[in-house]
Design a protein around this ligand. Structure first.
Ligand SMILES: *Cc1c(COP(=O)(O)O)cnc(C)c1O
Length: 365
């Protein structure tokens, strides 16, 4: 028997999506971004499926340490670097590369003695995201300070991050690229700029790949999981396949009369006699509470509309077009045939939050 709510993970789709990244960025090396438990898909299984990637990126030191403990030997970059000397020791112990984005990190590195195994670093330029990174006017000094650190591996690699690459009409991305290329032009290290939106939408960040540096690195996250980083599109528009599908089942079917209202706060009122289905999934599983009435749900593979509020453990759907549906019938909340991008639109959010939001009680199959 299937569990009440479960995720089906399609690792062939993950591998297919990696091939698509290579199609978009044939001259680049690929740092597969598997932070946040591989966007909710399960870090270990996704990392194993991505053995053709050149390396991994995670957000935090503990995520990188877990990957090493699980036996992965590829280069692993920690995108937030470290915040204290203890975390730096963890990075060294597990041979994790660190993004260096702030002066206090360099101050900690300056206290480190020379050592056999040095810390691989990505020095981050803030080109306009205004989150992590050195501003252009501090960048050369940070570079020189790092060069003088005995515990730092040479060459120093160079990284920045896009703020608006999902908006193809915003020339901020162009300015970020130019600012980065100008700041790093005299340095020998490898470069890394592009997230998924950059890889698909901004080809010029790839054409700069320098073969004499072994090819620069792209950092795909979302597209590996089969989703579009661009609003109004789905992964299929870019040759991607969804890696996750979320499933449950009907647990009750009942008939309601005109004028009856459904669920907490009675946000839905029946305008005609309504056959109502109750599905065993809710925000306690990661089905977003903000999802509005009208969002599509697949019952027996057919689309029906969500009606009423999302509860912790249940949602309700209108089965008028599916009068034969019965308790026990299979339900798909997103995945094959129902893009998570579409559900995100109905919840006023982005696919990232839905994928990352899957909770512990959902069994992964
Ligand atoms: C999360 C992240 C990525 C991946 O972004 P996607 O939009 O999922 O492709 C790349 N680089 C950095 C610095 C990130 O934090």
């Amino acid at each position: 028997m299937m569990p009440p709510a479960y995720v089906r993970l399609d690792l062939d789709a993950v591998r297919h999506n990696l091939e698509q990244v290579k199609r978009y960025a044939p001259d680049n090396k690929i740092m597969a971004v598997i932070k946040a438990n591989a966007y909710g898909h399960g870090m270990d299984r996704v990392a194993a499926a991505l053995e053709q990637a050149d390396g991994f990126a995670v957000a935090r030191v503990d995520e990188g340490a877990r990957l090493r403990q699980a036996g992965f030997e590829q280069p692993i970059t920690v995108l937030q670097g470290f915040v204290c000397a203890d975390e730096l020791q963890q990075l060294l112990k597990y041979r994790l590369a660190a993004v260096i984005h702030a002066p206090q990190q360099i101050a900690i590195l300056q206290q480190q003695p020379d050592r056999a195994i040095k810390l691989a670093v990505w020095l981050k330029l803030d080109t306009g995201m205004n989150r992590l990174g050195f501003k252009a006017h501090d960048f050369a000094a940070a570079y020189q300070a790092l060069l003088a650190c005995a515990a730092v591996e040479q060459p120093i690699n160079l990284i920045t991050h896009f703020a608006n690459a999902d908006d193809l009409l915003d020339d901020k991305t162009r300015r970020q690229i130019d600012l980065f290329n100008d700041a790093v032009k005299d340095y020998p290290g490898q470069r890394s700029i592009a997230n998924s939106a950059g890889i698909i939408g901004w080809p010029s960040v790839r054409s700069g790949a320098a073969q004499d540096r072994g090819g620069d690195w792209v950092r795909p996250g979302l597209m590996l999981y089969g989703c579009s980083p661009f609003a109004g599109k789905t992964g299929a528009d870019f040759g991607l396949k969804p890696a996750m599908s979320l499933h449950s089942r009907l647990i009750a079917v009942k008939d309601l009369a005109v004028g009856e209202s459904v669920g907490y706060s009675g946000t839905w009122t029946c305008r005609s006699a309504t056959r109502l289905g109750v599905v065993s999934i809710g925000y306690g599983d990661g089905y977003h509470r903000a999802t509005r009435s009208g969002a599509p749900v697949l019952v027996n593979g057919r689309r029906v509309p969500l009606i009423g509020r999302v509860s912790m453990d249940m949602i309700t759907v209108d089965l008028n077009d599916l009068p034969d549906a019965q308790p026990g019938d299979p339900v798909t909340l997103w995945g094959n045939g129902l893009p998570v991008e579409e559900i995100a639109r109905h919840a006023d959010t982005i696919p990232y939050t839905l994928l990352c939001g899957i909770t512990q009680r959902v069994q992964v199959m």
